[in-house]
Design a protein. Sequence first.
Length: 135
Amino acid sequence: MATDQKRPGALLIGLYVWILTVFLGMILIDILYSRLVPEAEQAFSEVSDFLLLIGFATLLSALAAIAVSWKSKAARILIFSSFVVVLLEFLVPAFLSPFIQNPQGLTIGPWLRVIPSGGASLLALLGMDRYYRQE
């Protein structure tokens, strides 16, 4: 594929990787802030709303990246896998809320947010690399 034909697709895939990485960073900042300033509970609802907006933008950009990378099987699989992981990240709090909100049990709540987001970022980055290396 000619390099000038790749550019719009590469831009959309790069945008998806960038938004997903920003989403991971915002989750890390949210977790750190909640640990350092536990009395600021009112701010958490506003932060959660903003994280949902960024998550929605992530899902939309993922669909665009999947559509653009459709001809490259390796890139498509990696980007679609990162999309599935992001979707699971949104469903995890619904099914595992007792583990997340249990202050006396294991503190796996932050890890249930960081690990899927980091995995999705890594998969998307590998998908972008595969897209750039295709013929």
